[in-house]
Design a protein around this ligand. Structure first.
Ligand code: SF4
Ligand code: SF4
Ligand code: SF4
Length: 354
């Protein structure tokens, strides 16, 4: 598996319920499908949390079954491995259940990070899918691990806030989603902070994604650098020198280097990789600037204040709609930080706010 994603850009195929078995395996049990089935998935996700997964469920079998059972098959050929697939009604039910909980059609492709974010949010337990309402049934057997708690202790683990991470130190074997994906270590984050803060301090030009132009305003009250990003550092440079050139770059930027959800090898931010691409372009469109445009900071912020009315326009898509978790509005979308900054003339270098 290439570090840059899926070998040959093909998504990794995973049966729906094997996504759950992979969690049980991380939680300490030996799933009946076998580690030889799960190991490639576990390794690919540990290597790259954004690896693309094609989540499968057998939608074709039931058509063949009808012909087989009720029409004596006639001239029709049965699909490959019909008998084996037919006999796997327990696994097929579980696969479809997982697809339903994810809100996807079988064979949909999603980044692993989002698959597990949604699964853990919507399926805190495997009881509904891995036990049976027909208790003791030989036709619908339960999995021996269904009530062992291996899945639940990971799925129900809460993410830590950055401050909690700082207090705890190195996040070895954190519960929750970071049991499935390699967490960025505190050491890595701290090293990146030192290097990137120095680069920002000496830079003749800042490179900032459009979305972060606004996030800088949302953190305008922060005086001390934040552990999880460089928003304060770039703001300070613009406060010190409102004429410093700023190049508007799409995607992760010099703000991101030390972030706990930034992957420096892939140059990707796991939670906002999808939605912030659209927001970046929406902001550029509002500012009437092309990607890569360079302006002095004060001119850039004058444009922001002139052309963007509210945070809601950008960070909440105007009306706060959330069509999927990876398109969700930011928690601060109804805030008034943009209005306050506009009122103060923050970063415009006119002596009022900077
Ligand atoms: S309880 Fe369910 S998810 Fe866990 S190993 Fe058994 S079948 Fe897989
Ligand atoms: S509301 Fe959220 S995404 Fe929008 S600018 Fe503020 S912190 Fe950034
Ligand atoms: S990595 Fe993501 S969350 Fe972190 S600063 Fe960059 S865009 Fe924001």
């Amino acid at each position: 598996m290439s570090r840059m994603g899926n070998e040959g850009n093909e998504p990794l195929e995973v049966r729906g319920h094997h996504l759950l078995c992979a969690v049980c395996a991380r939680g300490g049990c030996e799933p009946p499908c076998g580690m030889e089935v799960l190991q490639p998935l576990l390794e690919a996700m540990w290597d790259n949390p954004y690896v693309m997964l094609r989540i499968t469920a057998d939608l074709e079998l039931n058509r063949a079954h009808y012909f087989d059972a009720y029409e004596q098959r006639g001239e029709k050929e049965l699909p490959e491995e019909f008998a084996e697939r037919h006999a796997d009604h327990v696994g097929r039910r579980r696969d479809l259940h997982v697809c339903r909980m994810l809100g996807i059609a079988p064979n949909s492709v999603l980044p692993a990070f989002w698959v597990y974010r949604m699964l853990f949010d919507r399926m805190p337990t495997v009881c509904e899918v891995c036990t049976s309402s027909a208790r003791g049934s030989e036709v619908w057997p339960e999995c021996a691990h269904a009530e062992a708690g291996c899945y639940e202790k990971i799925a129900q683990g809460q993410d830590l806030e950055p401050e909690e991470q700082v207090a705890l130190g190195e996040p070895a074997n954190l519960p929750g989603i970071w049991s499935m994906f390699r967490p960025r270590t505190r050491e890595e984050m701290d090293e990146s902070k030192v290097v990137s803060a120095e680069i920002i301090a000496k830079a003749d030009c800042l490179f900032i994604r459009p979305q972060h132009l606004l996030c800088i305003l949302c953190t305008a009250d922060k005086q001390e650098p934040l552990v999880e990003d460089n928003l304060v550092e770039v703001r300070r440079r613009m406060e010190e020198n409102p004429d410093i050139p700023v190049t508007i770059t799409e995607g992760c930027c010099m703000v991101c280097d030390c972030c706990n959800v930034y992957d420096p090898d892939e140059h990707i931010c796991y939670p906002v990789h999808i939605k912030n691409q659209l927001r970046d372009l929406n902001i550029l469109e509002k500012l009437d600037l092309a990607p890569g445009a360079t302006l002095p900071a004060r001119e850039l912020y004058a444009r922001v204040y002139e052309r963007i009315g509210t945070l809601a326009e950008v960070c909440g898509w105007g009306d706060g709609t959330s069509t999927a978790p990876f398109w969700a509005p930011c928690g601060g979308w109804q805030g008034d930080e943009l209005d306050k900054a506009r009122e103060k003339g923050l970063l415009c270098g006119d002596g009022r706010g900077s």
